[in-house]
Design a protein around this ligand. Structure first.
Ligand code: DAH
Length: 337
C-alpha cells in the first residue's frame, strides 16, 4: 500500500518540479511536499502501520524520496535566486539616461534681483516687512485721510477692522523710520494685495519695490538723478524720460516717472495707449506729516520716496502682454526667461 503511494508521489512530484518557473511556484511545492504537514510527512506517518518485516525497505524508499525531493528543491531554489540577483544587477547601457531638469528663477525674481543690485550699487540697503499690516502703518501713518477711497473695502483686503493685507510696500517705510534714526537709505521689495477686478493689466497680488532716502538736505534733484540712473541701467542708456506732477498722500510734491515707449519709440501704440509714454513709478518728497508720525524732525530732515510695480516694470521690459502670465506658472512661459 505505502509502497504504491510512494511510487505515485514520486511520479507526481517529478512532474510538478519539472514545470517550476518561479519562486512562488517553488514555494507552493515545498509546502505541498516538504512542509510539516506535507505529503512526505504523511507518508512517514504511515510507516508505523507497515508490517515489521517490510519496514526497512519501505523506510529506505521513503528516505530516498525525501532526499531526492529536497535536492530538487534546493537546486531549483538556488538557480532561481541567482537569476533574480542577476536581473537586479543588470545595467542596460544602451538605454537613454534620465535627464535632470534644473529649474530657474522666476522672471519676477530675476527682475527683482536686477533692481536690487542696481540700487545696492547706489548705496541702498534692502529691507522687508510683513504682508499682513495694520491699517495704521498702511494708511494712517502715511497721511491717508480717514475717508480716502483707497481704504474702501473694494480696494483693500481687510482681515479685521484694524488689520489688512498691505495694499502697497509703503508701510515698510514707516517701519524703518520707527526703528532707525536718519540717515536711512533703503529699498523694500515685497508683495502687495488689492481687491481689484482681474484683467490683463491688473491682478489681486503683485510685487512692488519701495525706496526711501532721508537725511539732512535731500533734494528733489537727487530723487530725479537716482531714478534716472536706475531707469538707464535697467532699460537702456539712451532712454528718454519725463517726470509728471502727481499726487500721493505721503509725498509733497509728488510725481510719476514715464519713459518713452520702446515698442513704438514714442510714436504711439497699443501698449502706451497712443501716448508714446509708459509710466514706470510714483515718487516724491516725503510729506512732513509722515515725518511727524514717525517722530522725525521735519525741520531738520528731508527725504524722498518712490515705489514701482515689478510686474509692470518686467512687462514693459520684456514686452509681455498679460500680467496674469506671471502667476500662472505655465512652464511654456517661464522657460522663455
Ligand atoms: N505706494 C504707491 C502705490 O502703491 C507707490 C508710491 C508712490 C510709493 C510714490 C512711494 C511714492 O513711495 O513716493 O501706488
Amino acid at each position: 500500500m505505502l509502497t504504491e503511494e510512494i511510487q505515485q508521489i514520486r511520479k507526481e512530484s517529478d512532474k510538478d518540479f519539472s514545470s517550476v518557473e518561479d519562486v512562488r511556484k517553488l514555494e507552493e511545492l515545498r509546502i505541498k511536499y516538504l512542509s510539516r504537514n506535507g505529503l512526505l510527512a504523511q507518508l512517514f506517518d504511515g510507516l508505523k502501520d507497515v508490517p515489521k518485516e517490510e519496514k526497512p525497505s519501505v523506510g529506505k524508499d521513503l528516505n530516498e524520496l525525501r532526499k531526492s525531493l529536497t535536492e530538487k528543491y534546493n537546486s531549483l531554489k538556488s538557480s532561481l535566486d541567482d537569476k533574480a540577483d542577476q536581473s537586479k544587477d543588470e545595467i542596460d547601457l544602451t538605454l537613454p539616461g534620465t535627464k535632470r531638469v534644473i529649474g530657474s528663477k522666476h522672471i519676477i525674481i530675476q527682475t527683482l534681483d536686477e533692481i536690487k543690485s542696481i540700487f545696492k550699487g547706489m548705496g541702498f540697503s534692502v529691507f522687508e516687512g510683513p504682508e499682513l499690516e495694520s491699517d495704521y502703518n498702511n494708511f494712517g501713518a502715511l497721511n491717508f485721510p480717514h475717508d480716502h477711497p483707497a481704504r474702501d473695502m473694494q480696494d483693500t483686503f481687510f482681515v479685521s477692522k484694524d488689520f489688512l493685507l498691505r495694499t502697497h510696500t509703503s508701510p515698510v517705510q514707516v517701519r524703518i523710520m520707527n526703528k532707525y534714526k536718519p540717515p536711512v537709505r533703503a529699498i523694500m521689495p515685497g508683495l502687495a494685495y488689492r481687491n481689484e477686478a482681474i484683467n490683463a493689466r491688473s491682478y489681486c497680488v503683485f510685487h512692488q519695490v519701495e525706496g526711501l532716502y532721508v537725511d539732512t538736505d535731500v533734494t528733489f534733484a537727487e530723487l530725479k538723478g537716482t531714478l534716472v540712473s536706475f531707469a538707464k541701467q535697467f532699460y537702456m542708456d539712451d532712454l528718454k524720460y519725463r517726470f509728471r506732477p502727481s499726487f500721493f498722500p505721503f509725498t509733497e510734491p509728488s510725481a510719476e516717472m514715464d519713459i518713452t515707449c520702446f515698442i513704438c519709440k514714442g510714436q504711439g501704440c497699443k501698449i502706451c495707449k497712443k501716448t508714446g509714454w509708459l509710466e514706470i513709478l510714483g515718487c516724491g518728497m516725503v510729506d512732513p506729516n509722515v515725518f511727524k508720525n514717525v517722530g522725525y524732525d521735519s525741520e531738520k530732515y528731508t527725504g524722498y520716496a518712490f515705489g514701482m510695480g515689478i510686474e509692470r516694470i518686467a512687462l514693459l521690459k520684456y514686452g509681455i502682454d498679460d500680467i496674469r502670465r506671471f502667476f500662472e506658472n505655465d512652464l511654456r512661459f517661464l522657460k522663455q526667461f
